[in-house]
Design a binder for this molecule. Sequence first.
Ligand SMILES: CC(C)(COP(=O)(O)OP(=O)(O)OC[C@H]1O[C@@H](n2cnc3c(N)ncnc32)[C@H](O)[C@@H]1OP(=O)(O)O)[C@@H](O)C(=O)NCCC(=O)NCCS
Length: 127
Amino acid sequence: MNGTSREPRIRMPAAAAPTNSGGDVFGGWVMSQVDIAGSIPAVLRARGRVVTVAVERMHFRRPVQRGDMVSVFADVIRTGRTSMTVDVEVRVDRNPADPETLTVADARLVYVAVDEEGRPRPLPRDT
Ligand SMILES: CC(C)(COP(=O)(O)OP(=O)(O)OC[C@H]1O[C@@H](n2cnc3c(N)ncnc32)[C@H](O)[C@@H]1OP(=O)(O)O)[C@@H](O)C(=O)NCCC(=O)NCCS
């Protein structure tokens, strides 16, 4: 996945994110952004409600620091009857005085299209 060539699904400063005892941003905050961003292409593909059924992989490559600008890229890479596998990449822009962009995490999640009762529903035809 080449995040620099596409628009991020979400982008926000890690200004008020909770930190761990080492002063880096808490991994659970990053996972939450990953789940939100991953759901966006899934909802678009499913044309409606989805739920997360699995986090197949979550790799924290480098710490996120307070003050980083966080961008989360996500794409559906595979579809089944009701499910969609989404690859997510998290990048940060750090230190505006001497800017650098770093990939800090990547993940693979599976979402399922559901109906009003929360039951799996077949994906609509891809147009
Ligand atoms: C997602 C949910 C609706 C699936 O219901 P289910 O009765 O297990 O449905 P199925 O067994 O028919 O599986 C539906 C699809 O999910 C896939 N799936 C189920 N469990 C999976 C897993 N652990 N990993 C990957 N895919 C999985 C199935 O392969 C199937 O895909 P397909 O239709 O494309 O072949 C149900 O498990 C659920 O509501 N889970 C809670 C979701 C939730 O609350 N998420 C937020 C957590 S905080």
